[in-house]
Write a protein that binds this ligand. Structure first.
Ligand SMILES: [Zn+2]
Length: 407
């Protein structure tokens, strides 16, 4: 048995309660007591630092950690793609993220090697490849490459960005295949996207009946569907088909937010990627991406306000893609600017855990929870830019183990 106390810290437990001075006992992988450490106990002294639950990013793409055009243009070896994915996983941990939900791009092997401890990284929940409509968002083959060749860009066990389905039958086959390869939930694209493709942001993709096929297959396995969606038409289709969660939600209006509330559908806004994509040159994107990104930031902020006022559960996801993913906490900084640092923290911990279906084990500092915690060098609740700075995450604990410890 491995047991120690974290002493002398101020605990912000992830629920939104006021931070308090309390010691935390960790036994093996679990938090087993909050109180005063007894004399003689083994301790890690936090010197007044703020201790939060390990952060959760509900929207990541570990499988898209290399320069995008190079990765999907056969310019990189499997070894280089793997190196970039594993570096990205380690960076997430170093930035204070102990759980991530991968919303498309890794194959089950990545989840396994991290779980086995062969590669440093956070706990990963994965949907495997994104489920996309033929000709829809999520396809990065060259213009005249037949859709059938797209899976040639996959590396079995390592990465598989998306599967294209021409109809409901193909979608059913593809989601079953994704589950076989380790997916624990599903993600569908039900509207156009910002990056790439021949579609538009206000297109809807997949019909209600088609989305319902994925929902049926997911619920048969006791899990759920989330959707990439920017416009109201696509979101409404998805809600009516029975999905549990909406990613991005850029244009959500009051009517759609109310429909989401009726069906208990959560929202994951993604502000960090919007900032990232705004620098189209750095991302190697063309002018049409710049046109699509214009105004998205403001509209997403308005959607966040409507969702909050309507009483939706609002989680937090960065959606960072490509080589620059080390500052994953940017999403908390951006959300704190629109809300408060505490609200950003609660979204990134207990609310995200609940939306991801892991609220019984992670997202809070409390007795019986898994010991996933971060000690911040300086208080991020006073200045949320500290959430965005990996150097501020002085101690990162996952499953009771010290994954990072700097003085
Ligand atoms: Zn995404």
């Amino acid at each position: 048995m491995n047991e120690y106390w974290l002493t002398g810290g101020t605990v912000a437990d992830g629920t939104g309660s006021a931070p308090s001075r309390v010691d935390v006992r960790v036994t093996d992988d679990t938090i087993t007591a909050l109180g005063d450490a007894p004399p003689g106990a083994e301790t890690i002294e936090l010197q007044g630092r703020v201790l939060t639950p390990g952060l959760i990013d509900a929207h990541v793409h570990l499988g898209v950690s290399s320069p995008i055009t190079a990765q999907f243009g056969f310019q990189l070896s499997a070894a280089e793609i793997a190196a970039d994915i594993f570096t990205c996983a380690g960076d997430a941990l170093d930035a204070g993220f102990t759980t991530v939900r991968d919303t498309g791009g890794i194959d089950g092997g990545v989840v396994e090697v991290i779980k086995k401890g062969k590669v440093r990284g956070p706990r990963v929940l994965s949907c495997g490849p994104v489920q996309c409509q033929t000709g829809g968002h999520g396809y990065y083959g060259s213009a005249w490459e037949p859709t059938d060749l797209w899976t040639q860009h996959h590396v079995p066990g390592l990465c598989a960005l998306s599967l294209m389905s021409g109809d409901a039958g193909e979608l059913r086959r593809n989601v079953r295949e994704s589950f076989r390869r380790g997916a624990t939930f599903l993600k569908l694209c039900v509207t156009g996207g910002v990056v790439g493709g021949n579609d538009h942001l206000d297109d809807t993709q997949f019909s209600v009946e088609e989305i319902a096929v994925a929902v049926e297959e997911a619920s048969a396995r006791g899990t759920y569907v989330t959707v990439h969606a920017h416009n109201n038409g696509g979101i409404r289709n998805a809600v009516l088909a029975g999905v549990r969660c909406v990613e991005h939600g850029t244009d959500i209006d009051v009517e759609t937010a109310e429909l989401m509330r009726e069906h208990d559908v959560a929202l994951i806004p993604t502000f960090a990627v919007v900032e990232q994509l705004a620098d189209t040159e750095a991302m190697g994107l063309g002018s049409e991406a710049r046109d699509r990104i214009a105004g998205v930031r403001e509209r997403m902020a308005s959607a966040l306000r409507i969702a909050t006022e309507t009483g939706l559960r609002v989680g937090l996801g960065s959606d960072l893609i490509g080589p620059n993913q080390a500052r994953r906490g940017e999403e908390l900084r951006l959300r704190a600017a629109l809300e408060t640092p505490m609200r950003a923290l609660v979204s990134a911990t207990s609310v995200n855990a609940q939306i991801l279906g892991v609220g019984e084990t992670v997202g809070k500092i409390g007795e019986g929870m898994l010991a996933d915690m971060v000690a911040w060098r300086e208080d991020p609740l006073q200045d949320a830019s500290r959430f965005a700075d990996p150097a501020m995450a002085a101690i990162v604990i996952k499953d009771g183990r010290l994954m990072k410890k700097e003085n």
